[in-house]
Design a protein around this ligand. Sequence first.
Ligand SMILES: [Zn+2]
Length: 178
Amino acid sequence: MLVKRLAATLLAVLAAVGVQVAAADPATAAPRVRVLYYDASQAREFVSVVHQGAQIWNSRVTNVRLEPVPAGRTPDIRVYADNGWPRAYPTSLGNGRWYMGREAVNDGYHPPRIAAHEFGHLLGLPDRRTGLCSDLMSGSSAPVSCTNAYPNATEAATVDSNFRASVAVPAREFVWVR
Ligand SMILES: [Zn+2]
């Protein structure tokens, strides 16, 4: 009788431990990287610069990765080119579209910086018109001569934190205006 009760207790303890382990698993597992598929096929002469912008982010953040969309899959992000100003229309974190605008390119703004900046909006970053070239999200408030296309450490950390928490970002328009 005692043996039976001990066995039952042991089973109960094991079950409790088992439940605990199962419950702890997702929390202790490495954070899942969110992959965002972008479609650059309509970016005309800027296709390679769009890929460059994606690679820049991939080299600086760990919780999200930008990948060219495979055939047959719906992209999260669509990239276009037109004669206007570069601009982004995020609809939610990691979703939406942006434009590589020829007007800013013709004015001399560094195309990889524009591409990485507009991707930055899709990754949940707002414009910060600091005028500093070291800030990617200062956009066109930095001098035309600015060729920095990389987010600074704070910008990269904010993106990682956005995707760790899956923050909600309001749908809005961001335009590369001076
Ligand atoms: Zn912007």
